[in-house]
Design a protein around this ligand. Structure first.
Ligand code: ADP
Ligand code: MG
Length: 240
């Protein structure tokens, strides 16, 4: 049976006079990948920031398994089960890769400490191809590896819902196909993911459903095939 795990209702965010997100509603089904797509500035990151508790919505409700997230601070939302990566990577650059991942384990949904956390972190680092750089400071890593660390840190908290804000952006074609396979493997093990993405191949191959935003408003929702053939969506993208 498919169950709604996250429910956004009439969510609005105003920054002064600007309405960045305007009355957006959608449901995310457990074990599915929900895409949020739309042109630059359409409110996708703002939506992610409200789900993760970085911003409080100006109005509306966001529930995880029936518990209200709107207005809760980010650390509490993480505890309740939302993990995320950032569009612009945010790690502790002087600390090692392992220490960054351990921080994710300590502050996430299922908190782990000590040897158990270390074991779990090492499993994740292996899986994400970071074992060789585990002891290096994050500041010494390549861009793709910092992205991998962000994902490892988010996964270390074992979130019930994982938010990926343009995690694939800036990767070269080889890294991109590895990245898509990695997200596929997360989906195949039954994780629930909200994916903000510009890469159309990724949207087509990863998303069960998509919400399309334009100027803060939801203009379409459906399978990738449905929304990408929608006239209003095409117009929003082409700026016609
Ligand atoms: P997207 O992720 O779809 O590119 P954003 O959610 O980042 O779009 O931005 C939506 C709108 O909200 C933009 O006009 C942006 O300038 C504005 N915005 C985003 N964050 C802030 C903020 N912290 N303060 C003021 N305006 C913001
Ligand atoms: Mg964004």
């Amino acid at each position: 049976m498919s169950k709604t795990i996250l429910q956004a209702r009439d969510v609005t965010k105003r920054f002064g006079g600007l309405v960045a997100v305007n009355g957006v509603s959608f449901d995310v089904t457990e074990h599915q990948v929900m895409g949020i797509i739309g042109p630059n500035g359409s409110g996708k990151s703002t939506m992610i920031n409200m789900i993760s508790g970085s911003f409080a919505p100006s109005a509306g409700s966001i529930q995880l398994n029936g518990r209200e997230l709107a207005g809760q601070p980010a650390h509490k939302v993480a505890r309740l089960g939302v993990g995320r990566t950032f569009q612009l990577v945010r790690l502790l650059p002087e600390l090692s890769v392992t220490q960054n991942v351990l921080a994710g384990a300590a502050f996430g949904h299922r908190r782990r400490w000590g040897p158990e956390a270390e074991r779990f972190a090492h499993t994740l680092l292996d899986r994400l191809g970071l074992a060789q750089v585990a002891a290096l400071p994050v500041s010494a890593l390549t861009y793709i590896d910092t992205k991998r660390v962000e994902l490892a840190r988010a996964l270390a908290g074992e979130p019930e819902v994982l938010l990926l804000d343009e995690w694939l952006a800036g990767l070269n074609p080889t890294e991109l196909s590895t990245g898509i396979d990695l997200i596929k493997s997360l989906r195949d093990e039954g994780r629930t993911i909200i994916l903000v993405e510009h890469v159309m191949d990724a949207i087509r191959s990863l998303c069960d459903r998509c919400v399309v935003m334009s100027s803060g408003t939801k203009i379409a929702e459906g399978t990738p095939a449905e929304v990408l053939s929608d006239r209003e969506v095409i117009r929003a993208y082409l700026g016609d």
